[in-house]
Design a binder for this molecule. Structure first.
Ligand code: AMP
Length: 119
């Protein structure tokens, strides 16, 4: 974590300072149920470190970590649903991003057909 900023909400979840319903953890990635679910299954998958604000920054800086996020998302969708899922990275405030610590929304289980909405 950078020394020049406050910890993000997701870093505080990773540290155990804020409770969350964890569904997967690796050395560098955590996954937990979204506090305000927009689908029957709605899980947030995020690096433990909040050093990258969004998926564009993460892809440029650490593509292996981005690949690990996708892998964890796939595993979670297989454990909680039928392995099929929508993966959403809100990128920028105007696109609905509220937490500027890169994270994927895993949406699964009875999704509205044709909808791209993630909330
Ligand atoms: P975004 O709007 O794409 O930045 O997504 C942030 C997501 O984090 C939202 O769907 C929130 O409901 C979720 N969220 C924020 N705080 C928590 C928390 N403490 N535990 C679980 N999910 C959270």
């Amino acid at each position: 974590m950078s020394e020049t900023r406050e910890p993000t909400v997701f870093e505080r979840i990773s540290a155990g300072e804020i409770p969350a319903e964890m569904v997967a953890e690796t050395e560098r990635v955590i996954a937990f149920h979204d506090i305000a679910p927009k689908a029957p299954i709605h899980v947030v998958v995020t690096p433990r470190s909040g050093d990258h604000r969004d998926v564009v920054e993460l892809a440029a800086a650490d593509p292996a970590l981005l690949a690990e996020l996708v892998d964890v998302a796939h595993r979670v969708a297989g454990e909680l649903a039928d392995g099929q899922f929508r993966l959403v990275f809100n990128t920028g405030a105007d696109a609905g991003q509220t937490v500027f610590h890169v994270h994927a929304h895993v949406l699964a289980g009875g999704l509205e057909e044709g909808s791209l909405a993630a909330g």
